[in-house]
Ligand binder design. Structure first.
Ligand code: 5AD
Ligand code: SF4
Length: 440
């Protein structure tokens, strides 16, 4: 009999994608091999997101679809991990009778024990305690873990101390804890040894990082010195901590890429205040202006919430105005979704659904126009690309990677170059968000 197999289905943000990778690593140490399909797995986990109602509902539909597998394989275990697990805990077991384990966001390291306990007792196990203090242990990278990637994530902090009125994250990810700086540097060095060229630093408010006097800017300087790492990204910064030293570090450090994902949420000061975002539209714009001056080639993406309950037509127009002014390369826009536990969960929401959808449509149309115009400006330019994938999309021989500005770039012929190389490419054409280029 071969090894046991695990399959994990991931929803939500990069934090979750990274948690999935860490769970895969931990379970590998327990003898679980990765299974590409749920069909022949012995353990299936849904790593869930609860930021909006839509992603949360997917948990129920996915598990329902997978249920027949349980009838075929009596040993098969089903688990829910991540933000919905944290949010609902025991309640999930009541809702889903065939669920075996529920593991919260702070309990990833205990996954093997939870699985063992389920097997020993034959009963479901729930583990959702928070570890909100300096003793919190980040899951450390196992050097023997065989990951064949050139770009990887590094968690630098967990949780969130903000209380944005609409956001469930603080309640499902707990309070902020910054990871010890020496552990971060050690992990990145290990990754570099394994051939990783690009890292993305992760944190809910990544730039509020602070560990024994080391702030986010100082951390960037230290990481920039690590041999072998060629590119540094981070997500997502909060305007409150986008200080001049942070912006200067991004501009000065050659390995820190010219892209920021900078959530705006709304362009209206009234709405921002109600959201408790702790910045004004003017501050956001002045920071963008400061950075664009230092890095004219900077690419900026954002998140926007449309149809916040207090958003008037005039507020929405303010958002469109900022979008035009900043010229975001891309934006992720979401209809407001009331979330349990949040400050405005019960707030009256007078905006008709149709109106909200119309606003969202208008915003998406404007973004597409801006994105096309931004893309057209890149045609003919020279971009530096880390070649990451082969056979992307329909064309099996095509290669692809990311520019410094985080644009997807397709390349037909890479000649003597190989995956993991960083090449100079001349952009020959572009679609809304992607580019096509030739190596020069
Ligand atoms: N409704 C809609 N969108 C939300 N987001 C967070 N909470 C909500 C909510 N209640 C969006 C924000 C955030 C992104 C990850 O999800 O734009 O930046
Ligand atoms: Fe979703 Fe937020 Fe949890 Fe990420 S942290 S998985 S976006 S709820």
């Amino acid at each position: 009999m071969g090894n046991k197999k695990i399959h994990i289905i991931t929803f939500g943000c990069q934090m979750n994608v990274h948690d999935t990778e860490r769970m895969r690593m931990i379970m590998k140490q327990e003898g679980y091999d990765w299974s590409e399909s749920p069909d022949d797995a012995d353990l299936i986990l849904l790593n869930t997101c609860s930021v909006r109602e839509g992603p949360e509902n997917k948990v129920h539909s996915q598990l329902g679809r997978l249920k027949p597998l349980k009838e075929k394989n009596k040993e098969l275990l089903f688990g829910v991990t991540g933000c919905v697990a944290q949010q609902k805990g025991k309640e999930l077991l009541k809702q889903i009778s065939y669920l075996d384990l529920v593991v919260g966001t702070d309990a990833i390291a205990s996954l093997p024990n939870v699985v063992k306990k389920v097997k020993e007792t034959g009963k479901p196990v729930v583990q959702t305690e928070f570890q909100d203090n300096s003793e919190y242990e980040f899951v450390e990278l196992d050097i023997n873990y065989n990951f064949s990637k050139f770009s990887d994530f590094v968690t630098i902090m967990k949780g969130c101390n903000k209380r944005c009125s609409y956001c469930i994250v603080p309640y499902v990810r707990g309070r902020e804890v910054s990871r010890p700086v020496e552990d971060i540097l050690k992990e990145i060095e290990m990754m570099a040894q394994k051939g990783v060229k690009e890292i993305t630093l992760l944190g809910q408010t990544v730039n509020s990082y602070r560990y024994q006097g080391i702030d986010f800017a100082s951390l960037l300087y230290k990481i920039n010195d690590i041999n072998g790492i060629e590119r540094v990204r981070f997500t997502s910064p909060h305007p409150k901590y986008f200080t001049e030293p942070v912006m200067d570090a991004i501009a000065e450090l050659d390995k820190v890429m010219e892209h920021i994902h900078y959530p705006l949420q709304s362009g209206s000061n009234e709405v921002l205040k109600h959201m408790r975002r702790q910045y004004s539209a003017e501050l956001y714009l002045s920071q963008i202006a400061y950075m664009k001056k230092k890095m004219p080639q900077l690419e900026i993406t954002t998140d926007i919430i449309v149809g916040y309950p207090t958003e008037t037509d005039a507020d929405f127009e303010e958002t469109l105005k900022i979008m035009k002014e900043v010229e975001f390369d891309n934006s992720f826009s979401f209809l407001y979704s009331p979330r349990p536990m949040t400050a405005i969960y019960d707030l009256d929401d007078p905006i008709p659904e149709e109106e909200k959808k119309e606003r969202l449509h208008k915003l998406k149309e404007l973004q597409e126009e801006i994105s096309i115009s931004r893309t057209s400006k890149l045609i003919g330019s020279i971009q530096e690309v880390l070649i990451e994938d082969e056979g992307d999309g329909r064309n099996k021989n095509q290669f692809s990677g990311r520019s410094r500005g985080n644009r997807k770039v397709f390349i037909d012929d890479i000649g003597e170059y190989k995956l993991g190389d960083i090449v100079k490419v001349k952009v020959i054409s572009g679609s809304v968000h992607a580019l096509k280029g030739e190596i020069i």
